[in-house]
Write a protein that binds this ligand. Structure first.
Ligand SMILES: [Zn+2]
Length: 257
């Protein structure tokens, strides 16, 4: 956790050393550029790969789980497709976690209510899901998180403590805002790419080829394509006697304050 602090000190010291040697004409200044490029690459990996735990500790799976459990997670809802997702989960008797956008909860409060009424977990996925997430000030990230906390609490009576940053982006501002808002960060270890890949079969294969107990699967309750893929996935899981549980159950943590 917070590996970036150690990396910052290490590369800071390395740069200073190299700068000194470069002034003394012991090494070429080109080495300074190399050091900077490596430092920037590590930081970019830390920002965009939530599994890196570079800026913030994020739960991405639980390989130690004893039963054949996984956690299906749905981002960016609620939308009218959430209804179909909930119907399918009910038919196959599976539980899931929904990382909801605050604005969408305001638009579809009855769906947010249905999520919790049917035993699934509702969680925070910011108010606007802005593509500028990585560039927001700490104050703005806090606002994104806390406004969503409030609307979810008003609609469902639950004060949520699980948060997933849009696109899995993390940085020092997001890390500080999470700790100030008292939320735990949840990532994934299987990205379905259901918003990117056009073929339902390809999405299904991508998931099932990686699926093993303890996995956290990232899906989006925002399209018919995902609903169709989900139905096929649930059939595969049934054959493999695999159960989807909520993030709280998979990780043995609390979903609400
Ligand atoms: Zn999202």
């Amino acid at each position: 956790m917070l590996k970036h602090i150690y990396i910052k000190w290490f590369f800071g010291a390395l740069l200073l050393g190299a700068l000194g040697l470069s002034f003394a004409q012991e090494i070429s200044w080109v080495y300074l550029i190399y050091i900077l490029i490596i430092w920037i690459s590590i930081t970019a990996w830390g920002c965009f790969d939530i599994r890196s735990n570079y800026f913030v500790k994020a739960f991405s799976s639980n390989k130690k789980v004893s039963q054949n459990h996984i956690a299906l997670t749905f981002d960016d809802g609620p939308t009218p497709f959430t209804e179909t997702v909930l119907d399918l989960l009910e038919v196959y008797q599976q539980k899931a976690t929904f990382f909801c956008i605050g604005k969408q909860v305001q638009k579809y409060p009855e769906l947010a209510k249905r999520i919790v009424d049917e035993g699934h977990v509702i969680a925070n996925h910011t108010w606007t899901h802005t593509s500028k997430m990585g560039f927001l000030s700490k104050r703005d990230v806090v606002k994104e998180i806390q406004t969503t906390q409030k609307i979810i609490e008003r609609v469902t009576q639950y004060n949520v403590r699980l948060f997933r940053p849009p696109f899995g982006v993390t940085n020092p501002n997001i890390a500080k805002a999470c700790s100030e808002s008292r939320v735990e960060v949840v990532g994934w270890n299987i990205r379905s790419l259901d918003t990117v890949i056009a073929s339902e079969n390809k999405i299904l294969k991508r998931i099932t080829s990686r699926l093993e107990k303890g996995s956290i699967v990232l899906l989006h309750d925002t399209s018919l394509k995902t609903c169709n893929t989900l139905e096929q996935l649930l059939q595969v899981m049934k054959k493999q006697k695999m159960q989807s549980v909520t993030i709280a159950q998979l990780l043995n943590i609390k979903a609400y304050h």
